[in-house]
Design a protein around this ligand. Structure first.
Ligand SMILES: [Zn+2]
Length: 144
């Protein structure tokens, strides 16, 4: 593979999924409908309740009867303020990005395995081996 087609390959892999524009839009939240009300009312974000027993976060107008994770009763749940709720949303978004990156890295690994097995010529095999090592690094970093 020459340097130009290699770069093209990276660009093609990079534009998968939501892309930068989608991520920026998600990070910014939905547009404001009016200037009044809490941030959650403006953005349409659901109320979030945190379990005092295990930290599980529940989305809804009311906390659940019992915590689905540890079974604690409704009284154990506390309403998160807007800042805390926003932080939960952001961490969920980041987790989703890590999951997507791991999935992409797995795809890259599979392509590389195929290319190494194909073994058309040593230069190509070397490229696949290098990319496989990079994909493994990406997975390792996203999983820690
Ligand atoms: Zn719980």
């Amino acid at each position: 593979m020459d340097p130009i087609s290699r770069r093209q390959w990276i660009v093609t892999v990079g534009v998968g999924g939501t892309g930068l524009a989608g991520m920026a839009a998600m990070a910014a939240g939905r547009p404001t409908l009016n200037g009044s009300g809490s941030a959650s009312e403006r953005t349409g974000m659901m109320k979030k309740w945190k379990c005092g027993g295990c930290g599980f976060v529940w989305d809804g107008d009311q906390p659940p009867e019992n915590c689905p994770k540890c079974g604690a009763p409704r009284e154990k749940f506390a309403l998160l303020d807007d800042a805390a709720a926003k932080l939960v949303e952001r961490s969920r978004h980041t987790n989703a990005l890590h999951a997507r990156m791991i999935a992409l890295a797995r795809d890259i690994e599979a392509v590389c395995k195929d290319g190494i097995a194909d073994a058309l010529d040593p230069a190509c095999v070397a490229v696949f081996q290098k990319a496989q090592a990079h994909a493994f690094e990406m997975m390792k970093q996203s999983m820690t």
